[in-house]
Design a protein around this ligand. Structure first.
Ligand SMILES: Nc1ncnc2c1ncn2[C@@H]1O[C@H](COP(=O)(O)OP(=O)(O)OP(=O)(O)O)[C@@H](O)[C@H]1O
Length: 712
């Protein structure tokens, strides 16, 4: 048996008492494996099952204390506490016992987010209601363990909002084991490529590695469900008590929670495969399973793909979404950590305003906040003062009863960007925002009080008409943080801006600015360079045109919340391209340019009404030109822009090409050519049916519009 000494370094314990020539010093003690039936098959994803509730020293103690048989050619994996990126490995039992020694065991080089990881429910810097909600779900899942279909939880929230920490701490409190899936196979491979590693074993690992991710995941679920985590603590029957004393976990009949945070990549490419596995697990399994997915500008579509609403409904998936940690909670945590550090070591304590800036600029990311604080303690932050021009005056205060951190005075910049330079100087998080927020920030613009700003410019008398109070945000920055192209952002703004203006004059001015911005984006030779200017013209043009919000205390006339909608540019563009392709195919013998065909020939044909012999041509011309014949309008359906919506690949791809649509459409030409080559033999009748389908689609969409308008 090869066994490493240190807790911190050990990943695997290889056991092969027969083949090994090294004699064990003490009698070998091992757990009788529940995995015996899998034999030497290394596909057993034991290496993926992080065994909670025991460190290697515990294991070794147990080995010497009791006689545990060792199955031949078994490979067990243990993930030590320090190997893990960020999560604690203790059971509740260990948590309470380790509380006092929390910092003693850590060296000064440890990351503070690991050093001060929460060990108890009360330590969690997460909103109490969310913790309660999660705790209730876990307790319910535990009480229903083995009785019903496996409960499924989808836990979402921004990175560093404490999702994993919550699950770990609450499971420990409830006395539940956590078996976690870890996708990182390279790490496993690294561990196996050590010097002690035997060639024969390596070949077996290769077999294991070559297995498809999905079957490994499937096997993991089956076994996590079938077998409890190995009881390596030697504490069968130990009782863990919750803080309230009313929740007890008995390790003799431990329930297990399966935790999946690193979703296998293969499922993002093939979601139905994942859906099948999840369905099977739900109906045949009994352990609750928690999926953790972090929000990001690209993750929402992944969540939608992996957990579509109908699947969630079918399997009763409960979804809990954590919010970014409130600045007040973060500040409390940072101050607590700071005072503990100050007591223990000689650290350069940053002043309170720097700590406040960190709490604000971390955007509710505990990990980022603690890292920034640790970094701030290592550098001289005395010179880091909020910049005069952008920093809000005043300090963070609890405002009245709502206990929200706010700046007392109205500052020039919004809170998130206020501490930008200080925070970036000490390595704080660079944040991005969702499209919904970005578009909302522009449309619901806010202005600050110019009296708080020393360098507010005064316009000459003849330009007083254009005088505006300073903005509380920087439109270009907002657009940049949404991480979509300028064109894409402008199309969304264009879709929604009309409802936010209350007079025709404002609307006229704003639409002029949008036209200017549009023109800039059509100059294909300089499009890349002009994109930033184009966004600037569109956003600032809209803001300036809005005569309702001129001063910081202006009241918006059309106040109230308005739903935002996705841009219809993409659907319209697609439809236009399809129509042009159809037109070219129908009139293929005439060699007209697509623009000439659509803008001159077709309208002319409809007016002069010449005799057309082809039924396809007749119906197409009617459909395209005689709007009065349409019973319903041709407006496409409005789609709500949700809080965490992100640009779909198709949209993003198309967003790069408004020029193509406007200037003769190279894409259209290609499409037309493709279509032509494929369907040259197709006669008018088929076009008739395609155009009929178009009309039907429009009708269908219109029905949906009625419903949606009602909703709105
Ligand atoms: N009081 C606290 N509450 C929650 N987390 C804390 C606390 N103090 C320190 N931490 C640390 O902050 C980090 C929070 O990260 P955690 O992994 O729980 O968040 P997450 O939402 O799962 O992040 P990600 O989505 O990036 O995985 C952990 O390293 C945790 O140890």
């Amino acid at each position: 048996m090869d066994c490493l000494d240190s807790d911190d370094d050990v990943q695997f314990v290889k056991i092969d008492p027969v083949k090994s020539k090294v004699k064990p010093k003490k009698s070998v003690t091992w757990v009788s494996s529940s995995f015996g039936d899998f034999g030497p098959n290394l596909s057993t994803p034991i290496s993926k099952t992080k065994i909670k509730g025991g460190s290697l020293s515990d294991l070794k103690r147990n080995q010497t204390d009791s006689n545990i048989s060792v199955p031949q050619t078994s490979v067990f994996a243990f993930t030590s506490q320090h190997e893990s990126r960020k999560r604690p490995r203790e059971s509740d039992h260990c948590i309470t016992s380790r509380l006092p020694s929390h910092s003693k065991t850590c060296s000064s080089k440890d990351l503070w987010c690991d050093k001060y990881r929460p060990l108890h429910r009360n330590d969690l810097a997460v909103h109490k209601k969310k913790v309660e909600e999660l705790c209730e779900w876990l307790a319910r899942a535990k009480s229903h363990w083995k009785k019903h279909a496996a409960p499924i939880l989808l836990l979402t929230g921004p990175p560093g909002s404490g999702k994993t920490a919550c699950v770990q701490v609450l499971c420990a409190q409830l006395g539940m084991d956590v078996q976690e899936w870890v996708t990182n196979l390279e790490q496993v491979a690294d561990q196996w490529s050590g010097e002690d590693f035997h060639r024969s074993e390596k070949s077996r690992v290769d077999v294991y590695m070559s297995q498809s991710q999905s079957s490994q995941f499937h096997n993991f679920l089956v076994r996590a469900n079938k077998y409890p985590a190995l009881e390596l603590m030697g504490s069968a029957g130990h009782v863990s008590e919750s803080d309230g004393g009313n929740v007890r976990g008995h390790s003799a009949c431990h329930s297990t929670t399966v935790l999946v945070e690193d979703m296998p990549n293969v499922f993002f490419r093939d979601p139905p495969q994942f859906h099948n596995i999840l369905r099977k697990y739900h109906y045949s399994g009994h352990s609750p399973i928690v999926f953790i997915m972090s929000d990001s500008t690209s993750s929402t579509s992944s969540v939608q793909k992996l957990f579509p609403k109908d699947l969630q409904h079918q399997l009763g998936v409960v979804s809990i979404s954590l919010n970014p940690v409130a600045p007040t909670l973060l500040l409390k945590l940072l101050n607590k950590v700071m005072s503990q550090e100050a007591r223990q070591a000689q650290v350069t304590q940053p002043n309170s305003s720097v700590i406040e800036q960190i709490a604000l600029s971390s955007n509710g990311d505990i990990r980022s906040a603690l890292n920034s604080l640790q970094f701030a303690c290592r550098m001289d932050t005395a010179d880091l003062k909020p910049p005069v021009s952008s920093a809000p005056r005043g300090r963070l205060k609890k405002s009245g009863t709502d206990s929200k951190l706010k700046y007392r005075t109205s500052g020039k910049e919004d809170v998130a960007s206020s501490g930008g330079s200080v925070a970036s100087a000490i390595g704080a998080k660079d944040t991005s925002i969702f499209l919904f927020q970005a578009v909302g920030k522009i449309l619901y613009l806010k202005r600050g009080d110019p009296s708080t700003q020393a360098d507010h410019p005064c316009l000459p008398r003849h330009l007083e008409l254009h005088d505006r109070h300073p903005l509380l945000m920087n439109p270009e920055e907002v657009a940049a943080k949404s991480h979509v192209s300028g064109d894409f952002f402008t199309t969304f703004l264009h879709e929604n801006y009309v409802e936010f203006l209350s007079s025709v004059e404002d609307l006229e001015r704003a639409s002029e600015y949008f036209s200017d911005a549009d023109y800039m984006s059509t100059l294909w030779a300089a499009r890349e360079e002009l994109q930033q200017y184009s966004v600037s013209v569109a956003t600032r043009g809209f803001i300036h045109s809005n005569s309702d919000v001129v001063r910081h205390d202006s009241t918006r006339k059309n106040h109230g919340w308005r739903p935002l909608h996705k841009s219809r540019w993409f659907a319209t563009n697609k439809q236009a391209n399809e129509n042009i392709t159809t037109a070219r195919q129908i009139f293929q013998g005439y060699h007209w340019e697509p623009e000439v065909l659509c803008s001159e020939i077709l309208p002319y044909i409809s007016l002069t009404n010449p005799t057309l012999h082809d039924t396809g041509q007749i119906s197409f011309v009617q459909e395209m030109t005689q709007f009065s014949q349409w019973k319903r309008s041709s407006r496409t359906r409005l789609v709500r822009l949700d809080e965490k919506d992100v640009a779909s690949d198709e949209e993003e791809g198309e967003a790069g090409g408004p020029t193509q649509m406007k200037t003769g459409a190279p894409v259209t030409d290609d499409k037309a050519r493709d279509g032509q080559s494929k369907e040259e033999s197709v006669e008018g009748d088929s076009f008739l049916s395609s155009s009929q389908t178009n009309v039907q689609n429009v009708e269908k969409e219109e029905e949906e519009i009625l419903i949606e308008e009602y909703d709105d």
